[in-house]
Design a protein around this ligand. Structure first.
Ligand code: AMP
Ligand code: MG
Length: 487
């Protein structure tokens, strides 16, 4: 373990030079206070949790101090937003502070979100408000606890610096960690501005730093795309299996590493609803829950287009064609496990689709269904769960087919089945209304609820008897909270 001042920086992206990023210093926040920190994220930097309690940590994360080896840079990128190409985006309110090399030889980007304006801020103020910073923190750390690939969040710092949105709010920062902040939009920027030498340089950088195994392939660039396709497909499969709705799947919010990235108006499904739109600003429902998979494929095609100067089109097409089969395999595997099935049978996909259709019709709580299915022997659990459905004849037919399907599995004890199911079905879900309650308290200066929620959600599969109220169904008012785009 290290202390704050012992972090080892090696700023590889900054060394690529001014074509790719611009040096910018953070604009410090006033009267910063630590809201919440993540011990498991800090451990990625070899920092013990008590380092976050030091005033220096808050000062560093508020932009008041800098690590001596940090080289803060704003990265340039572009991207497709809601299907339309926006030629100039870039880090408008976040800075890549530098790359930290940990004791396991892993690189972690330190990215300070809300660090003030940059040449890419356009009309924005370069700030992030407290509520959106807390939301990103909770999403990052909860997805990580579920085992879903994601960027991480080390902490949130609040301040007295005022910012104006629909009302006056206060500015905050989030210290984001990721092995890389490369987005699809980085490659689109150099492709559409016809800077193909720079595009090649960026791809070489990505191969060297993040995809060294692709160097061995006959077509390294196509191999890189294949890797991005597979990683993105895995992440999407887990989003769909756990009811995670990202909300703003623009290509500038897509990570080259296939990580869940840049959380805005996201939401986990309470009641199962394939058409759920979590982003209040998404009028056409482009990013609704059931559209996330085709959208990810579309986004990958946009990345492939940007790579056409560097690889044969046929090889890029072949990489893209892997997306759906790969997605489907991971999704089915996870859904089987959520249902307590260990072997694969050809009818499983239809069985899962029938269940989701029944849930949709009945407005059944998506997350609780699976957890409760594992709480008791299947036949008994189904008798209790039946009460939540409206098409009872349909549910009875499904239950009977499911029990027949379950009988094909090799025998195991009830305790074994429960342990296996509970290991993939969380008891605790990051529900919008829980986040909202914790944010309301934080806005009044009480950070205990955010810290408690984060603590519960960092062990989502474990029973936490004193905290069972976090596992309940949402109240009616909590189901349809309007959350809109970046703030
Ligand atoms: P997002 O919706 O957070 O993914 O951001 C989309 C683009 O808008 C990115 O280029 C951001 O850097 C930029 N942006 C978002 N909010 C702000 C802000 N308050 N000030 C400056 N730029 C912003
Ligand atoms: Mg973004």
């Amino acid at each position: 373990m290290k202390t704050l001042d012992q972090l080892t920086f090696d700023n590889r992206f900054a060394r690529l030079g001014d074509t790719f990023s611009t040096a910018v210093l953070p604009d410090p926040l006033e009267q910063p206070r630590l809201v919440v920190a993540s011990a498991s994220a800090l451990a990625l930097l070899d920092l013990p949790p008590q380092e976050a309690e030091r005033p220096e940590f808050t000062a560093l994360c508020a932009g008041q101090q800098l690590w001596s080896s940090a080289e803060p840079r704003a990265m340039v990128y572009s991207g497709h937003q809601f299907g339309h190409y926006n030629p100039q985006l870039g880090d408008g309110r976040g800075l890549l502070l530098g790359e930290v090399l940990n004791s396991r030889g892993e690189y972690w980007d330190l990215h300070l979100k809300g660090a003030g304006s940059t040449p890419f801020s356009r009309m924005g103020d370069g700030r992030a408000v407290l509520r959106s910073s807390i939301r990103e923190f909770l999403a990052s750390e909860y997805l990580a606890a579920l085992g879903i690939p994601t960027t991480r969040a080390a902490c949130v710092v609040a301040s007295s610096t005022p910012v104006w949105r629909e009302r006056q709010e206060s500015a905050a920062t989030l210290l984001r960690l990721s092995p890389s902040h490369l987005r699809f939009g980085h490659f689109e920027f150099f492709y559409y501005t016809r800077q193909h030498d720079a595009l090649r340089q960026l791809v070489e950088h990505a191969l060297d730093c993040h995809f060294p195994a692709c160097r061995e392939a006959e077509q390294p660039v196509a191999a890189l795309l294949t890797e991005v396709v597979e990683r993105s497909a895995e992440t999407l499969a887990l989003w769909q299996a756990y009811g995670f709705c990202h909300g703003v799947m623009n290509t500038d919010n897509m990570s080259l590493l296939g990580l869940s990235f840049d959380f805005g108006p996201y939401g986990f499904l309470d009641d199962f609803d394939a058409g759920h739109i979590c982003n209040h600003s998404d009028d056409s429902g482009r990013y609704r829950f059931e559209n996330q998979v085709p959208i990810a494929h579309w986004n990958l095609s946009a990345l492939a287009q940007a790579l056409t100067p560097l690889a044969p089109v046929e090889a890029l097409r072949a990489a893209l064609a892997l997306f759906l089969p790969f997605y489907q395999a991971v999704y089915l595997d996870r859904m089987r496990r959520r249902l307590g099935l260990r072997q694969a049978e050809s009818g499983d996909e239809v069985l899962i689709q029938r269940l989701l259709a029944l849930m949709q019709q009945g407005g059944v709580d998506y997350s609780l269904f699976f957890r409760r299915l594992g709480d008791q022997p299947a036949a008994e659990a189904l008798r209790v769960l039946r009460e939540d459905f409206v098409d009872l004849a349909g549910f009875d037919a499904w239950s009977s087919d499911f029990l027949t399907r379950l009988s094909h599995e090799s025998p195991e004890s009830e305790a074994e089945r429960r342990t296996r199911m509970h290991a993939v079905n969380p008891r605790y879900l990051l529900r919008n209304y829980l986040a909202q309650q914790a944010i309301a308290a934080a806005e009044q200066g009480d950070y205990a609820p955010v810290r408690e929620l984060h603590a519960v959600l960092s062990r989502p599969f474990d029973e936490q008897p004193a905290l069972q109220h976090y596992a309940q169904r949402p109240p009616h008012w909590g189901k349809h909270l309007a959350i809109s785009c970046s703030s």
